[in-house]
Design a protein around this ligand. Structure first.
Ligand code: URA
Length: 253
């Protein structure tokens, strides 16, 4: 249907209105008492505060320094020509990850798709645009979080990652997590959650429990690509995302 079709324009307006209601307005407003409580706990304040941006890197630098001085950039250089699995010979670009190397929130998806394989950046296609909206609805920007995937190279034809590919690639993700030291992990979709949690439970079951990965709180939610196909999952996803925000703010301990 053409975009100038009045029916389509009306349908699109309805979708926008629904989204606004669903996401409680474009921004998730953090109540003042939450901010105060978070700073009282000695936690980093939410990143909308200028003070926070100044103090965060110093706090994280010591963590990176204790990891044999390795930085995320150096690690990317070290592994970006990887050929440990056959995807190394079919990829266009190695998709390492993007965002703040000191981020308090790390999103982990499944694997690069065609757009990501072309650009070398994670989540830049349609699903990525929805992820960007979700991050903005949390009151953050893509630059303030860290985004990456279980696999760094695109499986041809967007097929599911194979166990051997995951086995070869997962240590890279583990090292990224060690370097970023996020306060909270958010897995996007079944594959990421099942891989990090060593579970074969369904997405619906996984999102009902509290998890930790190597001591870091982990929230499992739906993949944005699944939300594009199943808008009824947007509401539960928003509940999960608010949990991520609360963990980041230090008020869901
Ligand atoms: N889907 C993913 O899981 N990761 C991306 O980077 C893009 C789409």
């Amino acid at each position: 249907m053409a975009e100038t079709d009045p029916q389509e324009i009306l349908a699109q307006a309805r979708r926008y209105a629904e989204d606004l209601t669903l996401f409680e307005g474009r921004h998730f407003i953090v109540p003042e008492e939450v901010v105060l409580q978070a700073s009282g706990l000695g936690e980093k304040e939410i990143s909308t505060s200028e003070e926070t941006s100044a103090s965060e890197p110093a706090e994280k630098e010591s963590v990176v320094a204790s990891d044999e001085g390795l930085t995320l950039d150096a690690f990317r250089e070290e592994i970006c020509t990887c050929t440990r699995c056959p995807l190394g010979s079919t990829r266009n670009q190695f998709v390492f990850g993007s965002g703040d190397p000191n981020a308090g929130i790390m999103f982990v998806g499944e694997a690069p798709g065609a757009d990501e394989d072309q650009s070398g950046l994670p989540f830049v296609g349609a699903a990525g645009q929805l992820l960007t909206k979700i991050i903005e609805a949390m009151g953050l920007s893509r630059e303030e979080v860290y985004i990456c995937n279980i696999l760094k190279c695109r499986p041809p034809g967007n097929r599911d990652p194979q166990p051997e590919e995951i086995a070869q690639c997962e240590p890279y993700l583990k090292r990224q997590i060690d370097l970023v030291q996020p306060r909270v992990l958010c897995t996007l979709g079944r594959f990421a959650a099942q891989t990090l949690l060593r579970s074969d439970l369904t997405m619906g079951r996984l999102r009902q429990s509290e998890h930790r990965y190597e001591g870091i709180p982990l929230v499992a939610t739906y993949h944005p690509a699944a939300l594009l196909r199943n808008p009824q999952w947007k509401r539960p996803t928003w509940e999960d995302i608010k949990k991520v925000r609360r963990l980041y703010d230090g008020v869901a301990l």
